[in-house]
Ligand binder design. Structure first.
Ligand code: CTP
Ligand code: MG
Length: 186
């Protein structure tokens, strides 16, 4: 029981920089669009006004900040965790966040978000309209891919992270909508 809880907590912990990076651009959005307002050969915007340079920087900034906080906190969390479970090296790998990993995950999350946006425009989904797979998984998958050269978390953490992201992304978007930060609840 404690083991399973530890897996869940550590998977969420590991995903935090990517989640924060993905959730915070809305706080600093506006300004110049990443695609510079340009159109693709299909006559639609390359990315659209929902992807801005400021939003990208804000997301990366808060993602990295999250990673720094985790680096400070990890040594204090380790003994707490050890009270309940045997902390394996695999657990320590995801517990002890490293700055380069947080940086890669933040850039990866924002890049995944952009790739998702690009694909959405190509299949004619308007900016802000939902595409469940792209919106919810693009950022986390790309964050994992970016970080992969430095860290290969156990498959249990990857699986839990993807499942939790599906649920959590929905909640954070609904919250942003209720707070009036987002146009749509998705
Ligand atoms: N945002 C931003 N820059 C980014 C990503 C997001 O400014 N690189 C801001 C925008 O204000 C955007 C909001 O955060 O409207 C929500 O982000 P997201 O849901 O990813 O964008 P959408 O508006 O849904 O646009 P798209 O359909 O292209 O994903
Ligand atoms: Mg959206």
């Amino acid at each position: 029981m404690y083991e399973e809880l530890a897996f869940l907590e550590l998977a969420i912990w590991f995903g935090l920089p990517a989640w924060i990076a993905n959730a915070t651009p809305v706080l600093g959005g506006g300004g110049k669009a990443i695609d510079g307002g340009r159109f693709y050969s299909d006559g639609r915007r390359i990315l659209g006004d929902g992807k801005t340079i400021r939003g990208f920087i804000v997301g990366v900034f808060f993602g990295i900040l999250t990673g720094l906080g985790q680096m400070v906190a990890a040594p204090h969390i380790q003994p707490l965790l050890a009270q309940f479970v045997t902390v394996t090296p695999e657990m320590e790998l995801v517990l002890y966040m490293q700055l380069p990993v947080a940086i890669l995950m933040s850039f990866g999350a924002l890049t995944g978000d952009i790739v998702g946006s690009f694909i959405k425009r190509r299949v004619n989904i308007k900016s802000g309209n939902p595409s469940p797979f792209m919106d919810q998984l693009g950022f986390i998958l790309m964050a994992l891919v970016f970080a992969y050269p430095l860290i290969q978390p156990g498959s249990i953490y990857v699986a839990i992270l993807i499942l939790v992201t599906l649920g959590f992304h929905w909640i954070s978007n609904a919250l942003g909508y209720l707070l009036g930060l987002k146009k749509n609840p998705w």
